[in-house]
Design a binder for this molecule. Sequence first.
Ligand SMILES: NC(=O)c1ccc[n+]([C@@H]2O[C@H](COP(=O)([O-])OP(=O)(O)OC[C@H]3O[C@@H](n4cnc5c(N)ncnc54)[C@H](O)[C@@H]3O)[C@@H](O)[C@H]2O)c1
Ligand SMILES: Cc1cc2c(cc1C)N(C[C@H](O)[C@H](O)[C@H](O)COP(=O)(O)O)c1[nH]c(=O)[nH]c(=O)c1N2
Length: 166
Amino acid sequence: MAAASVQKTDFRDAMAKLGAAVNIITTDGVAGRAGFTASAVCSVTDEPPTLLVCLNRNASVYDAVTRNGALCVNVLHGQHKTLSGMFGGKTPMAERFEAARWRTAVTGSPVLDDATVSFDCRIVSRAPVGTHDVLFCEVLAIDTCAHTGGLVYFDRRYHELSVIAA
Ligand SMILES: NC(=O)c1ccc[n+]([C@@H]2O[C@H](COP(=O)([O-])OP(=O)(O)OC[C@H]3O[C@@H](n4cnc5c(N)ncnc54)[C@H](O)[C@@H]3O)[C@@H](O)[C@H]2O)c1
Ligand SMILES: Cc1cc2c(cc1C)N(C[C@H](O)[C@H](O)[C@H](O)COP(=O)(O)O)c1[nH]c(=O)[nH]c(=O)c1N2
């Protein structure tokens, strides 16, 4: 097979054009409470309900997420832009959680009070790929709120979803 020749910067520039939903991934348990912003989240299979999350092994949350073995995917809407920035930056962990209201999921992971939808999961396996671990997560419970909007990260900026008229 030919060696890959795509540069990292070209890959990132191209990936910036691949819009993705924005989520806050939370965890709690023996290794403590933690959370980070993630756009690398997708559905894997509905039998059993499973999604995946890609997590950089250098992230400060890595130890907590993997040792707790559980996480909650909180899907964001347009009013969560500032919150997303806090969970995606260098903000101290306590400050991140003080910026919103949370409930506790069955796994113990924090559930964002007004997330569009939240998936409470246990991590069933993980696969290292380059700098990241792909976390395969079985969904144990789902929580939805009345807010139906969506937040998308595209072209290195946040966009609020709106319906295109038929
Ligand atoms: N999958 C990820 O780990 C991921 C995704 C989005 C943003 N980020 C981080 O957020 C910050 C701002 O990102 P940005 O989108 O404004 O500009 P950017 O140029 O860093 O990234 C552009 C796009 O490339 C992809 N990407 C970025 N870093 C990656 C990584 N380490 N591994 C795999 N894919 C990656 C994402 O799709 C991102 O939207 C950066 O520090 C970036 O590393 C990480
Ligand atoms: C919009 C957006 C999307 C993502 C991210 C950032 C932002 C702003 N980050 C980066 C991640 O949130 C960041 O590395 C963590 O918050 C960890 O930062 P600290 O190490 O705690 O400072 C990120 N990291 C990751 O491992 N997987 C991902 O899918 C994403 N996606």
